[in-house]
Design a protein around this ligand. Sequence first.
Ligand code: ZN
Ligand code: ZN
Length: 240
Amino acid sequence: MSLETVSPKSKLVHLVETLRDMVFPPVCANCRKVGKLVCPACYQQIQWIKKPVCSSCGRVVASDQLVCKGCFAQPLPLAQIRAATVFTEPISTIIHKLKYEGVFGLGDVLADMMVYAWHQWQIGVDVVAPIPLHPDREKKRGYNQSALLAQRFSQQVGLAYAPDLLKRTKFTVPQVSLNAEERAKNVQDAFAVADGRFGGRRVLLIDDVCTTGSTMTAAACVLLECGATAVSGYCLARAM
Ligand SMILES: [Zn+2]
Ligand SMILES: [Zn+2]
């Protein structure tokens, strides 16, 4: 599978950022303190997700609960969704900087948080793939933040990386503005297989934020229909 994940434009953005960092040292994406992209004080405030979590969707549950009420009523098609952190301050502000303010360099820092939290989940995986953006949105942003996370994460944990398993075929409005029902409808038929070389393999989908799981669900259904043996999801931050 191709290892080419970063477009020439993104490479240029990366080069420009590296040069810029030499002249203007990084500032914390949350508190603006000079020195690191996430300063030690803000790093300390990150809320890591720990067991017990719903064995299906990964939300924190009471210790005697195997699955949450939502998953009991409507099981996910995914084997499981897990996340590194709770989607709250400061990680929500930091993710916003990565997605909407062009702080490309945060990709590695945030991927390393996913690596740090990964060991506790024990998920069997053969290949890692990002949730794709629609090409128009990726062109505008210059990169897909989920691909930045997925590439670095797979490299660090030693898993095969397949950047192009899926493509986004529908230009969807941002999920953040929608309720659960609208989210599911918004991403319905939004994905298609772009690279079919995952038949008989267990796929791990990577995304930055998971709220209702509808994006992961829509992407997983396409992969399962096309022969993946199991699909799991892992995201940087989970809304609870
Ligand atoms: Zn800070
Ligand atoms: Zn659940």
